[in-house]
Design a protein around this ligand. Structure first.
Ligand SMILES: Cc1ncc(C[n+]2csc(CCOP(=O)(O)OP(=O)(O)O)c2C)c(N)n1
Ligand SMILES: [Mg+2]
Length: 500
């Protein structure tokens, strides 16, 4: 690609479709391209490696990991993520991850390859019309039919993805267009959005607050996405509002803050006469928005929590893992959860010290986000701790991507809560039917050896006092390291809601 002229804000460029897309993505702040190889999208790779400086290209072992990684990076850096997937199965493999970004309101562009337009209908390799499949789970899903339109379409797609309410956008480009060249003027770099609050609405909220006896403030992921974390903390402290945080809103008030009542949420919501919800959807995680009118007994729960965090029980109680991890976590650690009960325990016991440091799959609840989010976290935070909490079931959906961590030199601590079961399904099924089926996994399966086989490191832990030294070795290892802790299959997370 050659840059022929440059005015103060505009640049004229000539190049193939891939180079044009990369040039525009760069101007929008995109910092990496995640992919799994396919010939339909080769020009995008060529555009990435020949850009000056090159756009980092991270190739993984499943398209959904590529999209999860792009989404994870978007969540942490607050800049749209970019994933590139090949035509047909590359696109269909990415659908669950795109849907996760849709549910999470994460800004993301997925660029797909597409069979040649000239032969459309005659049965070329992987000839599938993708946009109708992606339309329900994206803000826009479309085909770019001319190479000359790629720059403008990619620019508009990234702008749309990043516009509140954020979300994924999908574009595919027929192979002959992506390989062709055009000379275009790159769109202006975006001006930072200026958003003014609605004064009338603010006055109404202030009046409600003035009259409330037991108000509660909920802080969700969009508080972080909108760079409002400091304003939110100042507001909570100035008004003395008890805070419940979820998603990337966790850490806006650090662990131990006197106003943070996340762990007594049932009591707080039950007693509240006003709930102000900032940056979080009113879905099943917030009781569908129905609050107040009930009572609870949080003190007893807290006592029980303290017991299990220090439990010496054998087999290991999963909460003991968090009792140990809490002592070793630095304030800037990024913690990622992918799994069932094991991650629910983490939600209860691990409280981030800073905002933008907690990655869960969000309300789509798709198992398999873990390795992609871990790749993203290590890229976004090259120096800090990155800890992936992985159920043994969830491990099966993305563990091959330890290979991607190894190849791209991305050290991450992976803690596998290995209860030999799809625990979050096993226990409810027993409750409904008195028995369970299709819920068992191999007891003590050596996921640590899988990590070793893929070029990482790891070890098996079967006793409570073995956890802390193993975690220390993992943090010191400097390579992807899987601590495989065999936990008690009979321990179920004490769940008040199922989301159903
Ligand atoms: C892609 C996908 N498939 C199935 C499920 C249903 N599901 C939710 S939690 C869970 C069990 C997870 O098991 P594991 O990761 O071992 O964690 P545990 O509950 O045992 O701690 C399953 C199967 C899902 N959420 N996502
Ligand atoms: Mg399990």
């Amino acid at each position: 690609m050659t840059e022929t002229t440059r005015t103060e804000r505009q640049a004229k460029v000539e190049g193939h479709g891939g180079a044009l897309a990369v040039a525009v993505a760069r101007r929008r702040g995109v910092s990496a391209m995640f992919t799994l190889s396919g010939a339909h999208v080769f020009p995008l790779y060529d555009g990435a490696v020949k850009a000056d400086p090159p756009l980092p290209l991270i190739d993984v072992r499943h398209e959904q990991t590529a999209v999860f990684a792009a989404e994870g990076l978007a969540k942490l850096t607050r800049v749209p993520g970019l994933a590139v997937v090949t035509a047909g199965p590359g696109v269909t493999n990415s659908v669950s991850a795109v849907t996760t970004a849709w549910f999470n309101g994460s800004p993301l562009l997925v660029l797909g390859g597409r069979a040649p337009q000239a032969r459309w209908g005659s049965g070329s390799l992987q000839e599938l019309d993708h946009p109708p499949l992606l339309a329900p789970v994206t803000k826009r899903a479309a085909t770019v039919h001319r190479v000359g339109d790629i720059a403008a379409e990619v620019d508009a797609a990234l702008a749309l993805a990043d516009q509140p309410h954020r979300g994924p956008v999908f574009l595919d480009v027929p192979i002959e267009q992506l390989f062709s060249s055009a000379a275009v003027t790159l769109p202006d770099p975006p001006a930072p959005p200026a958003r003014e609050p609605d004064g009338d609405a603010l006055a109404r909220v202030a009046a409600l607050l003035g009259g409330a006896q037991r108000p509660v403030l909920v802080l969700g992921s969009d508080v972080w996405a909108d760079h409002a974390e400091q304003a939110a903390r100042r507001a909570a402290e100035a008004l003395g509002l008890p805070v419940i945080a979820n998603g990337l809103g966790r850490g806006v008030l650090p662990a131990g803050h006197e106003l943070l009542v996340t762990r007594a949420r049932s009591l707080a919501f039950g007693a509240a006469d006003l709930v102000i919800v900032a940056g979080a959807p009113l879905d099943f995680r917030l009781g569908y928005g129905a609050f107040g009118g009930s009572s609870g007994q949080p003190a007893r729960v807290v006592q029980l929590d303290q017991e299990v965090l220090a439990s010496d029980a054998g087999p290991v109680h999963p909460a003991r893992i968090y009792g140990e991890l809490r002592k070793l976590l630095a304030d800037d650690a990024v913690v990622i959860g992918d799994g069932g009960d094991f991650v629910s325990f983490a939600g209860r016991y691990i409280e981030p010290a800073q905002p933008g440091s907690w990655l869960d799959p969000g309300p789509y609840g798709c198992l398999g986000t873990g390795l992609g989010y871990a790749i993203a976290a290590r890229m976004a935070r090259p120096e800090g701790q990155v800890v992936l909490l992985l159920g043994d079931g969830a491990a099966g959906l993305s563990l091959m991507d330890v290979d991607s961590l190894v190849r791209h030199r991305l050290p991450v601590v992976i803690v596998c809560g290995n209860n030999g079961a799809w625990g979050l399904e096993k226990h409810p099924m027993r409750m409904f039917y008195g028995y369970d089926v299709a819920a068992d996994l191999q007891p003590g399966c050596r996921y640590d050896q899988v990590a070793q086989a893929l070029g990482g490191a790891g070890e098996l832990v079967t006793t409570a006092d073995g956890i802390a030294p193993a975690l220390r070795r993992a943090f010191d290892a400097g390579v992807p390291y899987l601590v495989n802790v065999v936990t008690d299959p009979e321990v179920a997370y004490p769940r008040a809601t199922t989301g159903l």
